[in-house]
Design a protein around this ligand. Structure first.
Ligand SMILES: Nc1ncnc2c1ncn2[C@@H]1O[C@H](COP(=O)(O)OP(=O)(O)OP(=O)(O)O)[C@@H](O)[C@H]1O
Ligand SMILES: [Mg+2]
Length: 417
């Protein structure tokens, strides 16, 4: 295995260590690996080039590192006793990719190709230029406004609703798995454990758990425990808890232990602490994050209804404002008519230019403008591969930077295998 050049993006220490070398061709000469982006223990993610379509893409390689090793380009099992398990995982990976490919939604990453090569499987994903929510949380200057946070949540809820309507679970919702594109649109990635027919998996597959402290609900820590849409709801709540409070919620296992011991919940609710947000909005997040699944919001739709009910309560203010505005406009129109009728005509060239319409505030974060400026100045690069940039500072409009995460569970399980 040749040494892999450290990409300019910050990576976990292990990332890329078993990755395919830069420049490797896949599926004949259809795709070329440009560089690895991350190695999450279950798969290796690369920035790659689609030579046929002439565009950059992201390719995810199935690489459950505890079971496999690299020999040349090929992925081989570490020992024959793992063959069956490894094949089951590759098949699950393919099935997941097919499931995600079916989910066509503006806030879910598009999968446009799945293929087998090098004794493993690959999925080709749309490349999202932007950054992940975790890096947005960590950078003060990119702080999102409450309106932006709300808009992002509503869009992610719509995406999660589609996932659940298709009998799938995401199972790994967290700030590093939600990318914000250059327009500020959230895109859900890394369906690390999305499964077709989630409830009917084989034993081997269903015991593969991916746990991320702070975001995973307590039921993810116990093999065989029931998981459902409310598990994703918990993780989404925890993600927005982090976004709003600036702190990741405590591990749900700790919360569970305190709950069992009748002790106070170490997770301080959001409601009442952030006056810039409506309490109904914050209470919904607190409810999504209840320890016991049945106490949580049960579905993305229910959550959206709660948010809408908050807006319904705010609405009555609007007609009054409209009425006032109507009066002012009537007065202005009659004053203007009076003025026009009583004054001399003026040469048009003396008139000042019309003011440009004021743009509606949307969820586009501050860095998006910076990004758009940069990409329009450096058009051919695609925003992802400018090696001259200073990499010590996170850059707007780069690929979302993989942040070190505290993922465990899957490795523990593999260790036992
Ligand atoms: N479609 C994409 N566009 C841009 N960047 C991406 C895309 N998919 C992944 N990335 C980047 O690569 C990182 C790792 O990808 P991903 O979250 O899919 O895998 P992981 O968490 O490393 O692995 P695992 O599947 O083992 O959990 C992301 O955090 C993001 O920075
Ligand atoms: Mg991830």
């Amino acid at each position: 295995m040749s040494a892999v050049k450290k990409p300019e993006l910050e990576m976990e220490p292990q990332a890329g260590s078993e990755a395919l070398p830069d420049g490797t061709d896949l599926l004949g000469d259809q795709f070329k690996i440009e560089r690895p982006l991350s190695n999450g223990g279950f798969g290796i993610t690369y920035l790659a080039r689609d030579n046929f379509l002439g565009r950059d893409v992201v390719i995810k390689e199935c690489y459950p590192e505890v079971f496999c090793r690299r020999e040349g380009k090929n992925v081989l099992v570490r020992s024959n006793q793992h063959t069956e398990k490894y094949r089951a995982i590759v098949e699950m990976f393919m099935r997941e990719a097919r499931s995600i490919a079916k989910l066509r939604h503006p806030n879910i990453v598009g999968v446009h190709r799945i293929f087998e090569d090098n004794e493993t499987a690959y999925m080709v994903l749309d490349l999202i230029h932007g950054r992940d929510l975790l890096s947005v949380i960590r950078e003060e200057r990119h702080r999102l406004t409450p309106d932006q946070v709300k808009e992002i949540l509503i869009k992610v809820l719509d995406a999660v609703d589609l996932v659940h309507q298709n009998d799938l679970l995401h199972r790994d919702i967290s700030p590093d798995n939600i990318l914000l594109d250059k327009w500020g649109n959230p895109v859900l990635i890394d369906f690390g454990a999305a499964r077709e027919e989630a409830s009917r998996e084989t034993r081997a597959v269903s015991s593969v758990l991916v746990v991320k402290d702070g975001y995973s609900p307590q039921e993810f820590y116990f093999a065989g425990s029931k998981q459902g849409p409310s598990s994703d709801i918990y993780a989404l709540g925890a993600t927005f808890y982090h976004l709003i409070s600036g702190e990741a919620p405590p591990n749900s296992q700790t919360r569970m232990a305190e709950f069992a011991g009748n002790n106070p919940d170490p997770c301080e609710p959001l409601a009442g602490r952030f006056p810039e947000y409506d309490d109904v909005f914050l209470e919904a997040i607190d409810k999504a994050m209840q320890i016991l699944p049945k106490a949580r919001i049960q579905s993305a739709r229910e959550w959206m209804h709660l948010i809408n009910s908050e807006e319904e309560r705010v609405k009555p203010l609007k007609p009054r404002a409209k009425a006032d505005l109507g009066k002012v406009l009537t007065r202005l129109v009659s004053e203007t008519n009076e003025y026009v009728l009583n004054s001399e005509p003026r040469a048009t060239k003396d008139l000042p230019p019309l003011p440009l319409p004021v743009k509606k505030v949307n969820s586009k974060p501050e860095w998006a403008d910076e990004f758009n400026r940069e990409t329009s100045e450096k058009s051919s690069d695609g925003g992802a591969g400018d090696s001259k940039r200073n990499t010590s500072q996170p850059q707007p409009g780069r690929l979302a930077v993989p942040e070190p995460t505290r993922k465990r569970g899957i490795l523990a399980w593999f260790g036992k295998a």
